[in-house]
Design a protein around this ligand. Sequence first.
Ligand SMILES: Cc1cc2nc3c(=O)[nH]c(=O)nc-3n(C[C@H](O)[C@H](O)[C@H](O)COP(=O)(O)O)c2cc1C
Length: 162
Amino acid sequence: MLSEATLREAFSHFPQGVVLVAAEIDGAPHALIASTFTVGVSLDPPLVSLAVQHTSQTWPLLRDRPRLGVSLLGRGQSSITRQLASTDRRSRFAGLDITTDEDGAITLRSAPARMTTSFHDQMPAGDHDLTLLEVRSIESVPGADAMVFHRSTFRGLGDLDG
Ligand SMILES: Cc1cc2nc3c(=O)[nH]c(=O)nc-3n(C[C@H](O)[C@H](O)[C@H](O)COP(=O)(O)O)c2cc1C
C-alpha cells in the first residue's frame, strides 16, 4: 500500500498551474482553488478538466451552476491564492477585484487568463471527482507570467535551461 505521504512527496515534483473556480450563488461569491486543472483536454469542443476532493464543501454548491468562472493565477498572486483557499470561506474574496457575468460566473480581473465554462461530464475518481468543463468564453493577457505550484511552494517561472 502506497502511503499518502509518499504519493504527495513524489507528486510534488510535478509543477502545476493553479486556478480559481468561482461563481455567485444567491448573491454570495464561492471559490475553489485547484491545482489539478488541465487545459487542452479537447479543442473541439474546448474542454478543460478539474479533480475535486469529496470533502470539498464548496464544490457541491458550484457544480450545478449554469456557468463557472475559471481564472488562471499568475506571477505575484500567491497571497491572493492563499486567501482564496482560506478555511474561512466567507472572507475568501475580501478586497479582490472580480467580475461577475450575467450567469453568475466569477473571474479575477488581474488573472493572466480567464474563462467562463459550463459542466460537460463527470466521473468518480477515487476520493476525488474528475470533472470536464466546456469553455464558453475566454480572454488572456499576452505576455503575462504564470504562477506554478511546485514542491508545496508557489513560484514564478524562471528561464528554462532545457
Ligand atoms: C495550491 C492549492 C491547490 C489546491 N488544489 C485543489 C484541487 O485540485 N482539488 C481540490 O479539491 N482542492 C484543492 N485545493 C483545496 C481547495 O482549494 C479548498 O481549500 C478545499 O476544497 C476546502 O475548501 P472547501 O471545503 O470550501 O471546498 C487546493 C488548495 C491549494 C492551496
